[in-house]
Ligand binder design. Structure first.
Ligand code: HEM
Ligand SMILES: *[C@@H]1O[C@H](CO)[C@@H](O)[C@H](O)[C@H]1NC(C)=O
Length: 336
């Protein structure tokens, strides 16, 4: 070997070595950069973030109580569809349909107030706090506003860049889905039977529009329904094909419509469940024992509800350098 060749060989092996060193340190750095979800992720980058969100949720709740229902429904509709990545919040574009426009999202409301919360956070810490964390923390604070438990939740999620509308129906069950399918879908997120039973307790607040109910009233009344409740449902939904422009609906829990409590379980045991899934929850032999237990014990309901919300909120998040921090929750950032 000539001295020149030796020199090149040395150079080559040196650069190969430094390349090795580089890749190993790069992957170390990546682990440091991506702790995944943690408690109080923004403690250094935006220490006031969680307080700002809490305050905004409180102010909005004072003005419109139903915002809290929306924050609770959002966590299901975003996190159960593959990932808590705020894909739910994206508007339709020329190329893609918004998840919000799908039939499964029927009746979802108050999305503009998510922007109110986001704007308040952006004023303090621009470009730092993700919409997916705002969605999850607003659900946590909304649940507490409704008289539910306070559930400590991790943060550090980042926002997705595309709508998941085309696969929505594979993840979100329909109002009349069989209990086997419902149980399977929750199990695939790591949510067990008592967890599912507790989460459906969310139907202790809010409303259901007549379009989702009329098949249980017309052409004939579902014999499984409690006749006392049928009278009320027929009064609220007088047409077999509801006028799409008239906002006709039945409250999910007539007893305590504004409170997240275990009254839902007593209602469904009394055959007053509005949706077919609600009714099945109280009759299916796999779920009924938990329904009875939750009807008796609010503490047990809250314990299982808190556990399940935590699992739901940690479903397959984007963390580290994946995704982005959206500037506005209804739009992906422009790439330069
Ligand atoms: C099998 C699963 C589920 C089905 C089929 C289902 C279906 C529905 C339907 C059809 C409505 C009525 C929408 C309307 O007409 O306006 C509704 C409302 C609601 N759902 Fe669910 N849901 C399910 C699970 C959940 C879960 C897991 C949560 C929360 C963690 C949740 C939270 C809510 C809330 C809070 C409302 C009331 C919304 C409002 O009044 O604005 N649901 N759901
Ligand atoms: C569930 O209801 C929808 C209408 O909302 C209907 O098209 C569908 O056939 C029903 N599915 C079952 C399994 O009954």
């Amino acid at each position: 070997m000539g001295s020149k060749a030796l020199f090149f060989f040395a150079l080559l092996s040196f650069s190969a070595l430094s390349c090795l060193i580089k890749t190993s340190s790069a992957s170390d750095n990546q682990n440091e950069q991506d702790p995944g979800l943690v408690m109080n992720f923004y403690k250094d980058s935006c220490p006031q973030a969680e307080d700002i969100i809490k305050e905004q949720v409180r102010l909005l709740y004072k003005r419109h109580k139903n915002t809290a229902f929306s924050w609770l429904r959002n966590i299901f509709h975003d996190c159960a569809v593959q990932s808590c990545d705020a894909s739910l919040l994206l508007d339709s574009t020329r190329r893609s349909l918004s998840e919000k426009e799908m039939d499964r999202s029927f009746g979802m409301r108050n999305f503009r107030y998510i922007e109110t919360i986001k704007e308040a956070v952006e004023r303090e810490c621009p470009g730092v706090v993700s919409c997916s964390d705002i969605l999850v923390l607003s659900a946590r604070d909304g649940i507490a506003s409704l008289g539910g438990p306070y559930i400590p939740l991790k943060t550090g999620r980042r926002d997705g860049r595309r709508s998941r509308a085309e696969i929505l129906e594979q993840y979100l069950p329909d109002h009349n889905e069989s209990m086997s399918v419902v149980l399977d879908r929750f199990a695939s997120m790591g949510i067990d039977t008592p967890g599912l039973v507790a989460l459906l307790g969310s139907h202790s607040v809010g409303r259901t529009h007549c379009v989702k109910l009329v098949h249980r009233l017309y052409p004939e009344v579902d014999p499984a329904l409690n006749p006392d409740h049928v009278e009320h449902m027929l009064y609220k939904c007088p047409d077999s094909i509801p006028d799409p422009k008239a906002v006709q609906y039945v409250r999910n829990d007539r007893g305590t419509p504004m409170i997240l409590d275990n009254n839902y379980y007593r209602n469904i045991l009394d055959n007053k469940g509005l949706l077919q899934v609600d009714h099945q929850l109280a009759t299916d032999k796999r779920t009924k024992p938990y329904v009875k237990k939750m009807a008796k014990s609010q503490a047990y309901f809250f314990k299982e509800f808190s556990r399940a919300i935590k699992i739901l909120s940690e479903n397959n998040p984007l963390t580290g350098t994946k995704g982005e921090i959206r500037k506005q929750c209804n739009l992906v950032n422009k790439l330069h």
